[in-house]
Design a protein around this ligand. Structure first.
Ligand code: PLP
Length: 422
């Protein structure tokens, strides 16, 4: 009998990766699958970044644990210019993806972690792996599943003793919602009132459909907001594994803990990747335009999918950023019940087996199992050819989707067919 850490034994593999594997298997066996399950940026990485990577391919030494100084400096400039955030390069840390930095932060902080219903799948398993305390805060589709200040205040009034850390993600995975300035300002008032630490996951900041970047709560609550970001989503470089975090003034005292934990775990991010990232955060005009174009394509697709599904009676969040929306089949609940489907897990299996549609059930995003909500990721297309066609396209949005993202077009038609068949 092998003795193991029980809290890790209880974790299940991330469902995002599990569904991706199942879809690959089905496709391998000749089935056609419309893959709305996996949220990877489909676009090509800009050549200013790949050129810098090639130039540094021979850099083989370990870099400083918290990251290369010129990179930390460049991120600080980028945060100010392109995210409206004040930071200090000495308190910006580089890690192998923001996921690892979120995890190390969760390891360092004690107290209760607050997660709004409709949040990223990995926060809770990370907390559970250290047997941490947590609370899921209620949200509702009428607010696009954004956290209300009243809900946060009510929880903080009930639990006055523990240290509280709110994990806030905007633009949001899974809903595509982007918090507005005034919403963040209101949340900041409550955070300050109750001394809440905020982990602000801004990994999709520039993947915004309306503005250059998304508002940050750190503008209204700079003293206790830790900002997280990285290359994966904005720069389409998930496989480079580079993320950063910016520690706020009230938490500067934690720097040596982070440094020790980094040095005893991952040591430092790969040297060539750190050098390539300097080019990313220099954010030259051609790179900036590329990112704006990618966001415009995502907006067009998001609006198409949203309009189709809403006009067929489904509930949908209206994405303003990222690659996702939550869709709900709750108005068809009774009809699904008649065919023995009562949970989102049942329905996700039914959709995959009968309609070839892969969606992630809401249970992965802190919804109850009887709530028939799903995350739909709208990135199953060839980003390189789509971005090239977008430059010269002058047809309607629907024509664009039919011609360039046929898997999305046909997948949406399958979802609509499923509710028509009920
Ligand atoms: C909301 C959110 N935060 C963080 C991450 C982690 O990104 P990475 O570790 O690649 O920086 C992801 C990736 O899917 C995400 O969707």
């Amino acid at each position: 009998m092998i003795q193991v850490n029980k809290f890790i034994e209880d974790l299940k593999p991330s469902s995002t990766l599990a569904i991706n594997q199942k879809v690959q298997e089905l496709r391998h066996n000749g089935n056609s699958v419309f893959h709305f399950g996996f949220g990877q940026s489909p676009f090509p990485i800009h050549n200013s970044i790949t050129t810098a990577l090639t130039e540094h391919v021979k850099d083989n030494s370990y870099l400083p644990t918290i990251g290369l100084e010129p990179l930390r400096k460049q991120i600080s400039v980028f945060l100010k210019r392109h995210q409206g955030i004040e930071s200090n390069k000495d308190y910006i840390f580089i890690g192998p993806g923001s996921k690892e930095l979120l995890y190390q932060t969760i390891m360092i902080l004690d107290g209760v972690f607050l997660i709004p219903k409709g949040s990223w799948v990995s926060y809770l398993p990370q907390i559970k792996s250290k047997n941490g305390q947590y609370h899921i805060l209620e949200t509702s589709i009428k607010d696009e599943f954004k956290l209300s200040p009243e809900e946060l205040d009510a929880f903080c009034n009930r639990d006055r003793n523990s240290q509280k850390t709110l994990i806030l993600n905007s633009p949001n995975n899974p809903t595509g919602a982007v918090y507005k300035e005034e919403e963040l300002e209101d949340l900041a008032v409550i955070c300050r009132k109750h001394n809440v630490i905020v982990m602000s996951d801004e990994i999709y900041s520039q993947v915004n459909f309306n503005t250059e970047f998304s508002p940050s709560i750190s503008k209204y609550y700079p003293e206790k907001t830790i900002v997280f970001g990285g290359l994966s989503k904005v720069f389409s470089a998930g496989g480079y594994r580079l993320g950063f975090m910016a520690l706020p003034k009230d938490l500067w005292c934690l720097k040596s803990m982070y440094r020790s934990l980094f040095s005893e775990t991952f040591s430092a991010v790969a040297a060539p990747i750190q050098h390539a990232s300097i080019a990313a955060y220099e954010y030259d005009l051609s790179l900036k335009n590329h990112i704006t174009n990618c966001s415009s394509v995502l907006k067009l697709i998001a609006e198409f999918v949203y309009n189709q599904l809403v006009s067929s009676g489904l509930e949908c969040t209206a994405p303003q950023g990222a690659f996702y929306m939550m869709i709900g089949f709750n108005s068809f609940q009774n009809k699904f019940k008649n065919i023995g489907i009562t949970t989102s897990d049942d329905l996700s299996e039914y959709l995959l087996n009968n309609y070839g549609v892969a969606l992630l059930p809401g249970t992965d995003f802190y919804f109850q199992k009887h709530e028939l909500f799903f995350r739909l990721a709208f990135v199953d297309f060839d980003g390189e050819s789509v971005i090239n066609s977008y430059a010269n396209f002058d047809g309607t949005d629907e024509e664009f989707v039919i011609t360039n993202c046929s898997s999305i077009y046909r997948g949406v038609a399958q979802i609509i067919q499923c509710v028509k068949d009920l």
